[in-house]
Every structure is written in C-alpha cells, then in structure tokens.
Design a protein around this ligand. Sequence first.
Ligand code: CU
Length: 170
Amino acid sequence: MRFQNLAIFAGAFALAACGGGENKAADTAAAPAMAPAADSAAAAAPAAPAAAGAAAAITGTTHEVQMIGDEKGYRFEPAEITVKAGDGIKFVNTKGGPHNVAFDEATFPAAAKAQMSANMPESNGSLSGKMLVTDGEAYTVSFGSVPAGTYEVVCTPHAAMNMKMKVTVQ
Ligand SMILES: [Cu+2]
C-alpha cells in the first residue's frame, strides 16, 4: 500500500512537473480506510458468574500437587492425577511462583461450575484460585459433589510456558 501511494505521488509529481495541473486530490483519495480491529466486543462480554453455592467439604483423601518453576521449566507435579469425588487436592507453591490453580472455563461442564467455584477458596465465583506468591504457600481444593470427568487445570501466570495439568475425578 505504501509503495502504491508512492507510485501515485510520483505520477502526480511527474504530471505537475510537465503540465502544471492540479493533482493534489489523488493522494488523499487513495488513502485506504483502516477498519478498526473488532476485538473490543469479545473482551466486553463477561463470563457468566457462577451462582453462589455452598462448598462441599473434603470427605476423602487430600492429595498433594507441587507447583514448580525452576531451570527445568514450569510444571505441576504430578501433571496428571486421579481422585475420587469427595477427595481434595492441596496445591503447594513449591518454587518459582507466583502460581495459581485455574480450571479451564471453556471446557469445564457448565452444570458443575458453581459447585467447583464454591469448592475453591477466594475464587469469587470464578474457576481461578488466588495467586500463591510465597514459597510453601498452599491452596486446597475440594472435589466434593464434583461430577466425574477429566478437568484441565492451568497456572494462569505460566500458561504460555505450558504449566498445565489434568485432574480426573472418578
Ligand atoms: Cu505457575
């Protein structure tokens, strides 16, 4: 486009040089209309907040998952875990935080979001837990009343570094 405008300008100049005509209009008329990016609409639509519900307590085993960032990269250890409904997972910021625990809103079953959110302390109706900043800080999530399924978990600050895991509830 820039090259084309230059060509038009050069042409106009050439005409002006030999004919002395009025050619100023050409270059403004040729300016392309820039369409604004249509990304504001998507950002403006908020996710529907989950209805407030009561947390379902842990009635089974509490498993532990480490959240680690070091020279080997960012990861959950283990990266896959299977629990029973009623079990809990204690996520520990072992190293390299801040880390957090966020279930994938896009793939989490809609009918179970409210319960999952209620089972996540300080999630404010979302499926994202608070940031764990201090080494050793833990965040415990109950899988009470959560339906069977495999759920994707991501650490929001390190999503781009593939810090993800899967939790299967039996
Ligand atoms: Cu992380």
